[in-house]
Design a protein. Structure first.
Ligand SMILES: [Zn+2]
Length: 327
């Protein structure tokens, strides 16, 4: 990992930190906020390594003994705290404070990485606050959180906040393809989530492939007369518990599919996500009118809301089929 590589994921944040490091202007405490999988921990680890790296103190080499010790959690001046169970407990923060009062073992620096700081108990947060008010020299704390809104204002005001942006679909797609995932699957998965790890799991899982197949089959049946679409839904819900659990995802896939049919119709091929399904798209292009597609997307979104409000899945889907068919 290097700043350049990290910049592909998080350009702004990476530039700010690399710059501050180069000019010896790092803050004593940072709060990194952003969704899961956007690279907060990677950036924190790289900054920690850079501070102690024997080869390149501006941009850690990743291979020297210090970089390796930090990566494996064995550097005496780099501390890593993650929630012990559901929350960061006061004992963890107390141990940390005690640690902070001691001199750095091997240099003038100490680095603390605290994950999920929004999950600190109030006591733990208060004792962290004491440190943030009077940070010992040479200490750098990086607080990581997926949920910046849940951080106490008193802590917020003592940290420099860096907001990590969600990963772009293009970035996730290209990474998954490099890992050997077929491009069509990678493309669909990266439209569904901005979390790289989640996108990777989706693209590798059997049930995700099943959900996609079900969506494409329904795309055809929804525009045919008769009750085949209802039968398919009933059948899938009966046979596959996972389908039942993943109905919001199913609806997202349905919306993507209908959108692709529309793009296919109006010739905007570059926008198509299900690129590996050209034949099915070609076929269904003639089945759907634009009015039907828009109605379908509308009903799918409405159904998603209903499910969020705990509607009965079977009934919600039957209603979806009937509404789209009568449209
Ligand atoms: Zn190094």
């Amino acid at each position: 990992m290097s700043w350049n590589e990290l910049a592909k994921k998080q350009q702004r944040v990476t530039e700010i930190l690399a710059n501050s490091l180069a000019h010896d202007r790092l803050a004593h405490a940072y709060l990194f906020t952003g969704g899961r999988g956007v690279g907060k921990k990677d950036v924190a680890m790289h900054l920690a390594k850079s501070i102690f790296c024997l080869d390149d103190p501006m941009d850690a080499c990743g291979t020297c003994i210090n970089c390796q010790r930090i990566a494996s959690g064995n550097h005496p001046d780099v501390y890593h705290i993650a929630p012990d169970g559901a929350s960061v407990k006061i004992d963890q923060v107390r141990a940390l404070q005690k640690e902070m009062k001691m001199r750095a073992v091997e240099s003038n620096h100490k680095v603390y990485i605290l994950e999920h700081v929004d999950k600190m108990t109030i006591q733990a947060a208060n004792s962290l606050l004491k440190f943030l008010e009077e940070p010992p020299p040479g200490v750098l704390a990086m607080l990581l959180s997926e949920n910046g809104h849940a951080i106490l204002p008193t802590i917020l005001s003592r940290c420099q906040t860096l907001v990590f942006s969600p990963l772009s679909a293009e970035f996730i797609t290209s990474l998954l393809i490099k890992e050997g995932i077929p491009s069509g699957v990678a493309q669909v998965a990266s439209q569904i989530t901005t979390n790289l790890e989640e996108a990777r799991l989706l693209s590798q899982s059997e049930w995700f492939a099943q959900l996609r197949a079900m969506v494409i089959q329904l795309g055809k049946e929804l525009r045919q007369q008769g009750s085949q679409a209802l039968f398919t839904i009933h059948d899938q819900l009966q046979r596959n518990d996972r389908v039942k659990e993943e109905l919001p995802l199913f609806l997202d896939l349905l919306i993507l599919w209908l959108r692709d049919i529309l793009y296919h119709q109006i010739g905007r091929h570059a926008h198509i996500v299900n690129k590996d399904q050209q034949n099915a798209l070609q076929e269904q292009t003639f089945q759907w009118t634009q009015a039907h597609i828009l109605k379908g997307i509308d009903v799918a979104m409405e159904t998603r809301n209903r499910l969020e409000r705990n509607a009965n899945p079977q009934l919600a889907l039957e209603r979806l089929v009937l509404h789209i068919q009568e449209g």
